[in-house]
Design a protein around this ligand. Structure first.
Ligand code: AHG
Ligand code: MN
Ligand code: MN
Length: 338
């Protein structure tokens, strides 16, 4: 893309507002503020050992996971950046037990922001791609105040969703409900530059992403689906499959958006009472929204992720997403008796 024809995130958002009437000023500000926060997180990530950002804190979060230093830094950056602009009523995060209401000293807006400030925490200290995931909801109703119940909306009501992947390149992926656009951070000018529009995930794929070490714990439909992929050309699929597992959902989903594939983090028998490992509201929902907007599908094996009505903020969910034909297939295996 030539320097003179570059479209910045700001220009893209202004055009979405002005020409397509897709978004209002408050949502435009919200996306810009989140993108700016991601830039600050990217800078911290890049400093690594030089910035004393590696390693763990002595805290654990509401999920019982050890909190890494960068989990906390990213969480604080996102809160600080979003608190004062007047575009939000409240925020929710993987790293906070309960919602963070915008303090009284600032005006309250009509949006709710949810985020996984740092996704792929196990990769921080080993210098592998990590990311930030975010989801935007509207506060329904005009009653004053805001409560956790206001967040418990199905994913199909998201006004916007996105993620930023801190990899060899820093890339912001965004949907406002009319397709998916990607922006690459130009470190020399500090701006987000539009580098892909109308992103489409191919229908079919020959690549799957799953943590194979859990194979013995999976339910029969997932055993069957992956088993058939592993049989390759000699099996019922009649083609060889490749496997990738980064252990950062952002990086795995980004690869799927870029070249197709299917991602599974299914329910398994290790913790039978939990529906899955990933969290619905700030991991599965935003990713499902992006994947659907790119022509893919996302289910929990039984129903569309975006139709699930949450009952709590940190609810977990089984996740199967990516190329439409593959997600349809693995979902259909869940419907078959036995
Ligand atoms: P987080 O770092 O926000 O807790 O998320 C990690 C998630 C997800 O990004 C990834 O797909 C999955 O955990 C990896 O889990 P395993 O280590 O069990 O493979
Ligand atoms: Mn995560
Ligand atoms: Mn996280």
């Amino acid at each position: 893309m030539s320097a003179t024809r570059r479209i910045s995130l700001t220009q893209y958002l202004v055009e979405q507002q002005r020409e397509h009437g897709r978004i209002q000023g408050e949502l435009r500000l919200l996306i810009e503020v989140v993108a700016r926060a991601c830039k600050r997180i990217a800078i911290a990530v890049n400093k690594g050992a030089l910035g004393d950002v590696l390693g763990s804190t002595d805290q654990s979060n509401v999920q019982g996971e050890i909190v890494k230093k960068l989990d906390l830094i990213a969480n604080e950056v996102l809160i600080e950046a979003n608190e004062w602009g007047g575009h939000l009523a409240a925020m929710a995060s993987e790293e906070m037990d309960s919602i963070h209401v915008v303090p009284n000293r600032y005006p309250q807006g009509e949006y709710l922001l949810l985020f996984d400030p740092l996704d792929g925490s196990s990769n921080i200290d080993v210098n592998v791609s990590i990311g930030t995931i975010f989801s935007v909801l509207r506060k329904v109703g005009h009653a004053r105040g805001v409560a956790e119940e206001d967040f418990l909306q199905p994913g199909k009501q998201q006004a916007a969703a996105g993620y930023c992947v801190y990899g060899p390149q820093t890339t912001l992926v965004l949907t406002l409900g009319n397709g998916v656009a990607m922006f690459t951070l130009d470190r020399e000018t500090g701006s987000w530059v539009l580098t892909a529009t109308d992103v489409r995930i191919p229908e079919e794929t020959k690549e799957f992403a799953i943590n194979m070490s859990n194979q013995r714990h999976w339910a029969p439909p997932v055993q069957r689906y992956i088993g058939e992929c592993l049989q390759g050309r000699e099996g019922p699929r009649g083609k060889d499959f490749n496997m990738r597992w980064v252990a950062s959902m952002v990086a795995d989903v980004h690869r799927i958006l870029s070249r197709g594939g299917v991602f599974l983090y299914p329910w398994d028998q290790r913790e039978p009472d939990k529906p899955g490992k990933l969290r619905l509201m700030y991991e599965a929902n935003p990713m499902a929204f992006i994947v659907e907007q790119a022509g893919g599908q996302a289910t929990d094996g039984h129903e569309r992720i975006l139709d699930i009505v949450p009952s709590k903020l940190h609810q977990r969910v089984s996740v199967m997403l990516g190329s439409a034909a593959e997600v349809r297939r693995v979902t259909s295996y869940h419907r078959e008796p036995g």
